[in-house]
Design a protein. Structure first.
Length: 108
């Protein structure tokens, strides 16, 4: 193998690792958002954990955050919680920062 091939393989590995980390951070962010929404809806701990998992799964419907926002907004509205899309987007930004911090600190 040449030096060029080694470098190419190293960049491919780095890219794959970066994508994996980003996926884990987004999943954690969505779980945190689900926990936030569950607390607004007054769910029990068990219900909140199940709901947070539902929010994580909702992110697989389409690319981007719109599927998660749509789910959380719909669920909050159905539960009678006064909330709008802007508030959810703000919470999403805060949860992204929190998820990155937790990932860096190794919090499970």
């Amino acid at each position: 193998m040449t030096t060029f091939d080694d470098r190419e393989k190293a960049f491919e590995n780095l890219y794959a690792r970066d994508q994996e980390i980003q996926f884990k951070i987004l999943a954690r962010r969505n779980r945190l958002l689900g926990a936030w929404a569950a607390s607004l809806m007054g769910l029990t701990d068990v219900e909140a954990e199940a709901y947070a998992k539902e929010v994580v799964r909702a992110d697989f419907e389409e690319a981007g955050d719109e599927d998660v926002i749509r789910k959380v907004l719909g669920d909050l509205t159905s539960a009678g919680v006064e909330c709008d899309e802007a508030r959810i987007r703000e919470a999403l930004e805060h949860k992204t920062v929190e998820a990155r911090r937790q990932f860096i600190e190794g919090v499970e």
